[in-house]
Design a protein around this ligand. Structure first.
Ligand code: NAP
Length: 536
C-alpha cells in the first residue's frame, strides 16, 4: 500500500470542483480541493463585473444530484446574477459540509508524476508539496484572461483591468468616463449595465457579435414551486438537448413551413428567454447556409429597429459570420445603449487602437480620455489553466509541450502518459460546448465511478492508452470540422488573437458531438469495463 497525503487532490473549487468533492466524500475517499482564489465559486467568485449573470436558465444551472438541494433553493431570477450564484455555491458547500475539504489561497504551481511511488507530487505557490494517488483537475474553461498588447498599457493612470479582474471592492462609475474594449458576452453585459450610470462610455468593438435579448425576469414563489415539481422533466429535456439546455429544436422542416410561419416562430423566439432563438429554432437555420442567411437577415432587421442611428446599427451587425456561428452573447438593453447621448461606438475595423496613453486610448483617428479602462478581451480557453501549471507526467514529459499545437485527450478526461490525472470539464470534453453544470455532473459521476472501480479492483495506476487517445482526438476533430462554424475564428474553434500561436490555425478544444452522444459514449466505456484504460 502506497502512502500518500491524499487519495485524491482536486484542483479548483468552482462549479466542477464543488460537485467533485461532494461525490468523493460520499464515497469515503480521502480528498481535498486546492483552490487558488480567496473563496470558492470559480468563475462566479472571480467575475464581479456589472451585469454578470447566467445566460442558462437558472433552474438548469443548479446541481441536480440532490432532491433536497433542489427543493431548498429558490432561484429568484430566470437568469440569476453573479452575487446570487456565488451565494448558491456557498449554500451548497454549507449544506453538504464541504468547506472543510476545500483549501483556499492554495494555487497549484506544479504537478510531477512519480512512477516508482505511483503518485503525484503537487507543489503549491507557497512551496508546500502534497502527495496524492490521483489528481482531478476542475480548473474551468474560462479562468485565464488574455489582454491585448497595445503599447503604453502600463502607463494608463486610472484603474484599468480585465473584466475577469473587476475589483472586488465597489468601484463608483457615476459620472466617470469609461472605455470598454471588447464586445463578447462579458463586454456586452458590462456595456448594457453601466451605460446609464457612467458620464461617458466609449465602446471599442473589433468584430461585432450577433446578440439577442435574454428576456430575464423574476421567478415568484409560485413559479419556483412549479419548477420544483417539473425538475425531473426539465433535466430530462436538458439531457436530450445537444447543448444541455431546456430548449429542443423545431423539427417541422424549414422548407415545409411558409415564410409567414417562420417569421411567427422567430418573433416568438426573439421574445422568449435565453438561447431560444438559437436552440428552439429549425435546426436548418444552424446547419444550412441559406436558412442561416435568412435568420441572420431577420436578426439584423431586429437590430436596425432598435438602434436609432442606421450607421451605428450597421456597425453592430456582423458581416463575417452568420447567426449562431460564434458563442452568442445574450443582452438586456444592449442595443438601446447606443441610442444614449453618452455612449459612443468606435469600430476598430475602421480605426484600430494604436496605443494606450496615460489618459486614455489613441486610435488611428482620434484620442479618447478615460477615468477607467476595461479590457473585456476574452480568455485562454480550455487549455490555459493547464498551461499555467507545470505538469510533468511519465519520464518528465510536459503536458504543455504535448498540447503545443492543439490538445489530445481520451474523452476529454484523460491524457496518455499522464497517469492518474483526470479532468472534469477538460479540453475536448463536451463541457466547453454545452450548459456547463449539466455536462459536469455527467463527468463527475463517470470519474468517480472510474475511481471506485479502480479502488474495488486493487488498481493503483490508470492510464489512457495511446490508440484510444488518437481515436478520441480524431472524433473531436471530425465533429468540429463538421460544424458550420468550423472556419469562423472564435474561441469555439480555439482562436485567440492575443496569443500569437493561437491566431494561426484552428485548435480542437471542445467536443462538438453534443451532450447526448457524449454521455452515451461515456456510459458505453464504463459498462464495458473501461477497456481503453490500462489499469494495473
Ligand atoms: P470573448 O467572447 O472572447 O470576447 C472578447 C472580445 O474582445 C471580442 O469582442 C474580441 O474581438 C475582443 N478583443 C479581443 N482581443 C482584442 C484586441 N486585442 N483588440 C480589440 N478587441 C479585442 O470573451 P468574453 O466576452 O469574456 O466571453 C468569453 C466567454 O465567457 C463567452 O463566450 C461565454 O462562454 C463566457 N461568458 C458567459 C457569460 C454567461 O454565461 N452569462 C457571460 C460572459 C462570458 P474579436 O471578436 O474581434 O476577436
Amino acid at each position: 500500500m502506497i502512502e500518500t497525503d491524499y487519495e485524491v487532490l482536486v484542483i479548483g473549487a468552482g462549479v466542477a470542483g464543488i460537485c467533485q468533492i461532494k461525490k468523493l466524500q460520499e464515497n469515503g475517499i480521502k480528498s481535498l480541493v486546492l483552490e487558488a482564489g480567496g473563496g470558492l465559486g470559480g468563475t462566479w467568485y472571480n467575475n464581479r463585473y456589472p451585469g454578470c449573470r447566467f445566460d442558462s436558465e437558472s433552474y438548469t444551472y443548479g446541481y441536480a444530484f440532490s432532491r433536497d438541494l433542489l427543493d431548498s433553493w429558490h432561484w429568484k431570477e430566470l437568469f440569476s446574477p453573479q452575487p446570487e450564484n456565488l451565494k448558491y455555491l456557498n449554500f451548497v458547500a454549507d449544506k453538504f459540509d464541504l468547506h472543510k475539504h476545500i483549501r483556499l489561497n492554495a494555487a497549484v504551481e506544479a504537478m510531477c508524476w512519480n512512477e516508482a511511488q505511483r503518485q503525484w507530487s503537487v507543489t503549491l505557490a507557497s512551496g508546500e508539496v502534497l502527495t496524492s494517488q490521483f489528481v482531478i483537475t476542475c480548473t474551468g474553461a474560462l479562468g485565464v484572461p488574455t489582454l491585448p498588447s497595445y503599447p503604453g498599457m502600463d502607463d494608463f493612470e486610472g484603474p484599468s483591468f480585465h473584466s475577469y479582474n473587476w475589483p472586488h471592492t465597489p468601484l463608483d462609475l457615476a459620472g466617470k468616463r469609461v472605455g470598454v474594449i471588447g464586445t463578447g458576452a462579458s463586454g456586452i453585459q458590462i456595456i448594457a449595465d453601466i451605460a446609464d450610470e457612467v458620464g461617458a462610455l466609449t465602446v471599442f468593438q473589433r468584430r461585432p457579435n450577433w446578440s439577442v435579448p435574454l428576456n430575464n425576469r423574476e421567478i415568484s414563489e409560485a413559479e419556483m414551486a412549479d419548477i420544483r415539481r417539473r425538475y425531473d422533466a426539465i433535466f430530462a429535456t436538458c439531457a436530450k438537448s445537444n447543448g444541455g439546455f431546456d430548449h429542443l429544436p423545431d423539427r417541422r422542416g424549414y422548407e415545409t413551413v411558409s415564410v409567414a410561419e417562420r417569421r411567427a416562430l422567430w418573433d416568438s423566439l426573439y421574445d422568449a428567454p435565453g438561447f431560444a432563438l438559437l436552440l428552439a429554432n429549425f435546426p436548418e437555420t444552424f446547419l444550412d447556409a441559406r436558412a442561416n442567411r435568412d435568420l441572420s437577415d431577420y436578426v439584423a432587421e431586429r437590430i436596425r429597429a432598435r438602434v436609432h442611428d442606421p450607421d451605428v446599427a450597421d456597425r453592430l451587425i456582423p458581416k463575417d459570420h452568420g447567426f449562431g456561428m460564434r458563442r452568442m452573447p445574450m443582452e438586456t438593453g444592449y442595443f438601446e445603449a447606443y441610442n444614449r447621448d453618452n455612449v459612443e461606438l468606435v469600430s476598430l475595423l475602421e480605426t484600430p487602437i494604436e496605443r494606450v496613453t496615460p489618459t486614455g486610448v489613441e486610435t488611428s483617428a482620434a484620442n479618447y480620455d478615460f477615468d477607467v479602462l476595461v479590457y473585456a478581451t476574452g480568455f485562454d480557453v480550455m487549455t490555459g489553466a493547464f498551461d499555467k501549471i507545470d505538469i510533468k507526467g511519465v519520464d518528465g514529459d510536459r503536458l504543455k509541450d504535448k498540447w503545443i499545437g492543439s490538445p489530445t485527450t481520451y474523452l476529454g478526461i484523460m491524457v496518455h502518459r499522464f497517469p492518474n490525472m483526470l479532468m472534469v470539464a477538460g479540453p475536448q470534453s463536451v463541457s466547453g460546448s454545452t450548459n456547463y453544470p449539466r455536462a459536469i455532473e455527467v463527468s463527475v459521476d463517470w470519474v468517480t465511478g472510474l475511481l471506485t472501480h479502480a479502488r474495488a479492483t486493487g488498481v493503483s495506476r490508470i492510464e489512457a492508452q495511446s490508440a484510444a487517445e488518437t481515436e478520441w482526438t480524431k472524433e473531436v476533430i471530425e465533429m468540429q470540422e463538421n460544424m458550420p462554424f468550423s472556419k469562423v475564428k472564435s474561441w469555439f474553434t480555439g482562436y485567440n488573437s492575443n496569443i500569437h500561436a493561437r491566431d494561426a490555425a484552428p485548435r480542437y478544444v471542445a467536443y462538438w458531438g453534443g451532450a447526448p452522444r457524449y454521455t452515451k459514449i461515456l456510459n458505453k466505456v464504463s459498462s464495458e469495463g473501461f477497456a481503453d484504460i490500462q489499469m494495473d
